[in-house]
Design a binder for this molecule. Structure first.
Ligand code: FMN
Length: 386
C-alpha cells in the first residue's frame, strides 16, 4: 500500500512529508523536485509570497545515491520567513500574544468551522494548517510517484481549460511532449489565444480587487487496463481520483471524462465504442469504466472556486466582540488555477502509483516492471498512448 502524509503549518518552521510503500530503485534527483516546486509557484495571478518562497527542501530518508530504497521517504520544505517573521508567532512554547490573535473568520475558509470544532479563540490555529501551502509537500512527494510511473511508461500532464468565463475552444488535448509549451504559458494553457484572454481576465479581476477560479484538466498516458477495481467502492479508480482531486484546497467539482456533459446526452452518444485492437473510437469516459482504467488515456478535470480571501474583504463577525466586521485579509492570490493543475498532477500520480502497486506489487522497480510487462504481454495490447 502506498501511503502519503503531510504535516506542517503554513508559517511554521517547515512542512514535513512522508511517502511510504514506493519500491526500491526509482531514480530521483533533487533537481526534479526543485523544478516541480517551481512549477507550483508559477502562474499569472499569484501573490507576493510565491516570489518570496524559494521552497528550500531536504530529503531526509528513503533515497541513497539517487535511487529510492523502498524505505519511507521523508522530505521537509522550510519556511523562508521563519527566522525573521514567524519564530515567535508560531513558537511551540509560551503563550500567544493576545494582540496577535485573529478573531475575524474569513467566509469560504476553514476558519469558523475550525475554531468551533476545536474550541479555539484564535483563527490562526486553523488557517495555518488549512492553507494551500500544504500542497507544496504534495507536489514534492508527487515527484517520486511521477518518477516511478515514468519508469513504467506512464506520464501525467495537466493544463488549464478555464479561467472565469474564458475557456479553451475545441477538444484538443495535450500529450506529455506538450508539457514544456504548457509551462511556458503564463496561465499554463495549451491554447495560445485562450491563454492570452485568460491573462486579461485575471488582470481585469485584479483591478476590481476580486478573485477568480477556473478548471484544470489532468491526463495520464500509458496506463494499462485494469488499474482500480469494480469489486468494492473504495477500490474504484475514479472514486480514488475524485477523492485526491477534491482534497485540493478550493476544488469544488471533479469530472471524469466528459463528466457532467454526459448527463445531457443520449446513451448512443455518451460512450466509447470498442473497435479493432480493443481500442476506443472516442474518449468520452476519460479512460475509466466500472472503476477500472480501460487502457485509453485517463482524463479528469477539477473546478477551483474563486479564492475566498477577496481583497475587497467579505463581511464576517468578530468573535471577540460579537459585532459585524470585515474578514481578515492575508496575502492572497487572485487566481492559482495554473498551480492547481500542478498539484492535480501530483494527486493523480499518487493515486495511479498506488493503483499500479496494488495490481502489480513489487519491492523493487524491476519487479514491478516485470509483473506489468508480463500482464500487458498476456493481454496482447499496447496501452493507450494516443
Ligand atoms: C495552489 C493554491 C493556492 C491557493 N491560494 C489561496 C489564496 O491565496 N487565497 C485564498 O483565499 N485561498 C487560496 N487557496 C484556497 C484555500 O486554501 C481554500 O479555499 C481554503 O483552504 C478552504 O478550503 P476549501 O475551499 O477546499 O473549502 C489556494 C488553493 C490552492 C490549490
Amino acid at each position: 500500500m502506498l501511503r502519503l502524509l503531510t504535516a506542517g503549518e503554513s508559517h511554521g518552521k517547515s512542512l514535513v512529508g512522508v511517502l511510504e510503500g514506493l519500491p526500491a530503485g526509482v531514480p530521483i534527483s533533487p533537481k526534479e523536485i526543485a523544478g516541480e516546486l517551481a512549477r507550483r509557484r508559477h502562474g499569472h495571478g499569484r501573490s507576493g509570497r510565491q516570489k518570496l518562497e524559494t521552497d528550500r527542501f531536504e530529503i531526509h530518508s528513503g533515497v541513497r545515491h539517487g535511487r529510492t530504497l523502498g524505505s519511507p521517504i521523508a522530505v521537509t520544505i522550510d519556511n523562508a520567513e521563519w527566522e525573521q517573521k514567524y519564530r515567535e508567532l508560531m513558537s511551540v512554547e509560551g503563550d500567544a500574544d493576545p494582540d496577535e490573535k485573529l478573531t475575524r473568520p474569513r467566509p469560504g475558509h476553514a476558519d469558523l468551522a475550525g475554531v468551533q470544532k476545536y474550541g479555539f479563540d484564535d483563527v490562526r490555529n486553523v488557517l495555518e494548517r488549512a492553507s494551500a501551502r500544504e500542497t507544496a509537500m504534495r507536489v514534492a512527494l508527487g515527484v517520486f510517484c511521477k518518477a516511478f510511473l515514468a519508469e513504467l511508461g506512464i506520464d501525467v500532464v495537466s493544463h488549464v481549460v478555464r479561467i472565469g468565463s474564458v475557456a479553451v475552444g475545441g477538444s484538443d488535448v495535450p500529450g506529455p511532449e506538450d508539457l514544456e509549451a504548457i509551462d511556458s504559458s503564463p496561465v499554463r494553457c495549451f491554447d495560445d489565444d485562450a491563454g492570452a484572454k485568460m491573462v486579461e481576465e485575471i488582470d481585469r479581476v485584479r483591478k476590481e480587487h476580486d478573485t477568480i477560479g477556473g478548471v484544470f484538466e489532468v491526463l495520464a498516458y500509458g496506463c494499462p487496463p485494469g488499474l482500480g477495481s469494480h469489486v468494492q467502492y473504495d477500490r474504484k479508480l475514479d472514486a480514488q481520483l475524485a477523492l485526491a482531486l477534491m482534497s485540493i484546497q478550493s476544488v469544488k467539482g471533479v469530472e471524469v471524462g466528459d463528466g457532467f456533459a454526459t448527463a445531457s446526452r443520449p446513451g448512443s452518444e455518451a460512450h466509447d465504442e470498442i473497435s479493432e485492437g480493443l481500442r476506443r473510437t472516442t474518449a468520452r469516459a476519460g479512460g475509466i469504466e466500472g472503476g477500472m482504467s480501460t487502457g485509453e488515456p485517463i482524463r479528469v478535470r477539477a473546478a477551483m472556486k474563486p479564492f475566498s480571501t477577496v481583497p475587497k474583504a467579505l463581511s464576517t463577525i468578530d468573535l471577540r466582540t460579537g459585532k459585524g466586521d470585515v474578514a481578515i485579509a492575508q496575502r492572497t492570490d487572485v487566481c492559482a488555477v495554473p498551480a492547481g493543475g500542478v498539484v492535480g498532477e501530483s494527486a493523480v500520480a499518487f493515486v495511479l502509483a498506488g493503483a499500479v502497486l496494488e495490481k502489480f506489487g513489487g519491492d523493487s522497480l524491476v519487479e514491478t516492471r516485470r509483473n506489468l510487462d508480463g500482464y500487458v504481454a498476456g493481454l496482447g495490447i499496447s496501452p493507450g498512448r494516443s
